[in-house]
Design a protein around this ligand. Structure first.
Ligand SMILES: *Cc1c(COP(=O)(O)O)cnc(C)c1O
Length: 378
């Protein structure tokens, strides 16, 4: 059976260049980057080169990039580290953030006396910057709002958010896991203080990510030890994954425009055709401020989980946004925050398009979906 992978927001396959790079490193480079001898320095060079790729992509300085194990650790590092190192005990975020952000903040609330305010979410996922200004108080230490939402693809106006924070002397963190590698980000002239990114969402290996920490921003370390990563995150560097991450970034930089052009055309094609082929559907998330590879649709009267299983039997991989937690199905907290009512909330499917996606694949998905939805609605 041929398979169709439409879950690129969950993770991506490795780019061929990444595999070559990592194979080379696995075969030849095994020193500890902290060692002074040649073996160590060869390994250090791989880490430095990856850091350099990231810096040139983001217009950042090497000292501002701290490698971590991925997006989750970077979100925790930025949020908990910044809160502990700076005055204030109030945080502002949104209910549509990734669990890595929400649960890091929740940890601070439950265990360290912080309070949190959540922005309201409109039906298409957008936030209101006037409400953000209204929620800021003198105890506010941090605002954390993602660059691109992982479920509905919504792009937040991060520079405007950053400017508001800057004007109030508050730190701004953005989870850019779904934006980094897809959107041009220039951090030099930006109002972003802290940014998190992950390798495996951009055709790199799992187990690598970074926290960007603007020069001068105070942040506590969350891992204590041998003072690696400029003493911001101890532990022997994951040289293999970091070298692959660097290669993945290099590739993203090179084909940023062609990826955008090709995949956004597919996105428009998919949305247009699904709208004309299947009735009673609802596109979740703003159509204007949307990342080019995300399509999220509710099929009213159906169950998202059941659609996912039916597609899976046909070799098509998507995400229903809901997680099956200890036997009971919980609908996605992001879709829930849109307040669309239970019929639309329980029938949301996320399609994550990627570099390998073709029109033929999308045609197959649409015709399969048409049959499945017809069957369920009978
Ligand atoms: C995937 C993802 C994360 C978590 O990153 P990992 O590298 O898998 O830990 C955090 N935030 C967003 C928006 C994501 O999509």
């Amino acid at each position: 059976m041929s398979t169709i992978y439409l879950d690129h927001a969950a993770t991506t396959p490795l780019a061929p260049e990444v595999i070559s790079k990592m194979t080379h490193v696995m075969n030849n480079i095994y020193g500890n980057p902290s060692s002074i001898h040649r073996f160590g320095q060869d390994a250090k060079l791989e880490v430095d080169m990856a850091r350099e790729e990231i810096c040139s992509f983001l217009n950042a300085k090497p000292l501002e990039i701290c490698f971590t194990s991925g997006g989750t650790e970077s979100d925790n590092h930025a949020i908990i580290g910044a809160c502990f190192a700076n005055d204030g005990n109030h945080i502002i975020t949104a209910p549509t953030e990734h669990k890595a952000v929400l649960n890091a903040i929740n940890y601070l609330v439950e265990n360290h006396g912080y309070s949190v305010s959540f922005l309201s979410i409109s039906e298409d996922g957008t936030i209101d910057l006037n409400e953000l200004k209204f929620l800021i108080k003198k105890e506010t230490v941090l605002v954390s709002l993602m660059y691109v939402n992982n479920e509905i693809g919504l792009i937040h106006p991060v520079e405007e958010i950053g400017e508001i924070c800057k004007a109030h002397n508050i730190l701004f963190h953005t989870d850019a896991v779904q934006a980094f590698g897809k959107i041009n980000i220039d951090l030099k002239n930006s109002a972003i203080d802290l940014l998190s990114a992950s390798s495996h969402k951009i055709y790199g290996p799992k187990g690598a990510g970074f926290t960007y920490i603007r020069k001068g921003t105070l942040i506590d370390k969350t891992v204590h030890g041998g003072a690696q990563e400029f003493d911001m995150r101890s532990g022997t560097e994951n040289v293999i994954s970091i070298s692959g991450f660097g290669e993945a970034v290099k590739r993203c930089k090179k084909i940023l425009d062609s990826d955008f052009k090709k995949i956004s055309e597919l996105q428009a094609y998919f949305i247009q055709h699904i709208q004309s082929e299947i009735t009673d559907i609802h596109i979740n998330g703003s159509l204007e401020n949307r990342i080019y590879n995300n399509v999220n649709i509710s099929f009213s009267g159906c169950n998202g989980e059941a659609i996912l299983h039916q597609l899976n039997t046909k070799g098509i991989a998507v995400s229903s946004g809901s997680a099956c937690t200890s036997g009971s199905i919980e609908s996605s907290h992001v879709i829930e925050a849109l307040n669309l009512g239970s019929s639309l909330t329980n029938s949301a499917i996320r399609f994550g398009l990627g570099r390998s996606t073709t029109r033929d694949e999308l045609d197959t998905v649409i015709s399969s979906l048409k049959n499945i939805i017809q069957l369920f609605r009978k």
